[in-house]
Design a protein around this ligand. Sequence first.
Ligand code: SF4
Length: 81
Amino acid sequence: MINEKCTRCGVCLTECPTQSITDGRKTYVIDVDTCDDHQACVAVCPVQAIVKFKVAIATPTPQAQMTANGPGAKPKPSPKK
Ligand code: SF4
C-alpha cells in the first residue's frame, strides 16, 4: 500500500518488475492482483510512503483449501460449536 506521504515522484514506478504501480489521483497505487511482493519499491521510496502491502489471507476459501489439499480433495467441515 502507498500512503498519503507519497509525493508522486515516480521513483518506485521503474523499480517494479511486474509494472504493478501506477499513478493514481492523489498518490501512486499498487495493483495487489499483479504485485508479486518483490518490495523493490519499498527501498527506493524517499519518503517511506510504501508500507507492507501483501496481507496474509485470514481465512482460505473452500476452493483454496481444495487446491491446497490436492486435486479432488473435499473442503474440511467447519468445527461445530
Ligand atoms: S517513490 Fe514513494 S513518493 Fe515516489 S511515487 Fe513512489 S510511493 Fe510516491
